[in-house]
Design a protein around this ligand. Structure first.
Ligand code: IDP
Ligand code: MG
Length: 158
């Protein structure tokens, strides 16, 4: 099982797409293990996007991400990092395929609705930035053995 960080960006909040986007992750079978709705401080978002600090779009990205509340989600599931990125689609919404969140809901490169960690190691760092340990919850959905073939797919060896 992996955990990953997803952010519903200010454009998703402003456009009323919280339910639509959260619903897609839930419908897929990913488990919500943390959720936080907050307008994050500038320094927090700067730290989150630290790898992009030298890029020309850094300041506008940080301004955008602090312009309204963000919904931070911690999602858990098998291959959750890659599965989440596939559901999101590529960065530029205009080129993202139909069926993906960005492909169905947006037209912009920068206002692309959603963030998802790009690797397991990144996910660990990003989850620690957005959530304290006691804000993440271990729980077992009643339908888990219908989402997965538990013996085949959830054994330690799989
Ligand atoms: P990702 O969100 O698909 O992982 P990254 O390359 O990590 O994409 O970029 C982080 C975020 O910065 C993007 O989601 C987007 O909001 C913004 N961004 C990336 N490249 C550009 C650009 O060339 N112009 C404007 N915004 C950009
Ligand atoms: Mg990225």
């Amino acid at each position: 099982m992996e955990r990953t960080l997803v952010l519903l960006k200010p454009d998703a909040i402003q456009r009323g797409h919280i339910g639509e986007i959260l619903g897609r992750f839930e419908a897929k079978g990913l488990k919500v293990v943390g959720m936080k709705f907050r307008q994050f401080p500038l320094e927090h978002i700067q730290q989150h996007y630290e790898v992009h600090r030298e890029r020309p779009f850094f300041d506008s990205l940080v301004a955008f991400m602090t312009s309204a509340p963000v919904l931070a989600l911690a999602l858990e599931g098998k291959d959750a990092v890659a599965v989440t990125r596939r559901l999101m689609g590529p960065t530029n919404c205009a080129e993202a395929p139909p069926g993906t969140i960005r492909g169905d809901l947006g037209l912009s490169f920068s206002h692309n609705l959603v963030h998802g960690s790009d690797a397991l190691e990144t996910a660990r760092t990003e989850l620690a930035l957005f959530f304290d340990a006691d804000e993440l919850f271990d729980w077992t959905p009643v339908a888990e053995n219908w989402v997965y073939d538990v013996e085949e797919e959830l054994s330690p060896a799989s």
